[in-house]
Design a protein around this ligand. Structure first.
Ligand SMILES: [Zn+2]
Length: 229
């Protein structure tokens, strides 16, 4: 199996911790590489991960390389990869401000801040289910079809991406957006982007995506970031 993928996952654990986007024990991250999923182990603090801690599983959840147990949340990692074929990386973390939104069950609309509209779109709150349960995986699967970031009620957040860097940037954007919303609310409330301008913004994003896709050498399709939900 590929050492560089394991190193990237271990590095993301440290980065999330250092940028206060995740605590030591919380969260789990994975990367899909063809028929395998590289995933963080259970019970190892995410800021001290070594590449050798990362496990490789197949799509049935069976460990094919590595010591220890994979994250208890493997179910939702597997269903996300099955649902979104273009997605190759998943970050689940407990960023404190966004997790506060998940505790208050506050959904985030896509008309609040331009960069967030482009990077993450609308962020729904999915109903509470106990960690690692099949029910939680079902809720995640239903919501992830049309979204790139989710808030899990009373728990935390999930962001996804074509690669680990994109999933990380979405987590960072989500946490920053939540801070912006709190600031706006303390100053009298959110004045949303007008709906006709929002449509224009989405047109701009779509055109940009087309240009970017055309200039890519690997010809991999990127899904537009717009949420339909
Ligand atoms: Zn969690």
């Amino acid at each position: 199996m590929k050492r560089n993928i394991k190193e990237d996952i271990a590095a993301i654990g440290k980065r999330l911790y250092e940028h206060r986007l995740n605590g030591g024990y919380g969260g789990n991250f994975s990367v899909r590489d063809e028929d395998y999923i590289y995933i963080t182990p259970s019970g190892v603090p995410k800021d001290t991960l070594d590449y050798s801690d990362i496990l490789v599983i197949d799509f049935k959840g069976t460990v094919v390389e590595g010591q220890g147990r994979p994250s208890s949340e493997i179910l939702f990692h597997i269903v996300i990869y099955k649902t979104r074929s273009e997605i190759n990386a998943i970050i689940h973390a407990h960023p404190p401000v966004a997790t506060g939104f998940s505790i208050a069950h506050v959904e985030i609309d896509d008309n609040i801040h331009e960069e967030s509209t482009v990077v993450i779109g609308r962020v729904p709150v999915i109903p509470y289910e106990v960690t690692s349960s099949k029910e939680l995986a079902v809720n995640v699967q239903e919501a992830i079809i049309n979204h790139n970031a989710l808030l899990l009620s009373n728990h935390g957040a999930i962001t996804i991406g074509e690669d680990l860097e994109k999933a990380y940037r979405r987590m960072e954007e989500l946490e920053n957006l939540c801070k912006m919303i709190i600031t706006a609310n303390s100053l009298g409330g959110i004045q949303p982007i007008p709906s006709d301008k929002l449509e224009k913004l989405y047109d701009t994003i779509r055109n940009r995506e087309v240009i970017r896709n055309n200039s890519r050498t690997d010809k991999k399709r990127m899904k537009p970031l717009k949420s339909n939900g």
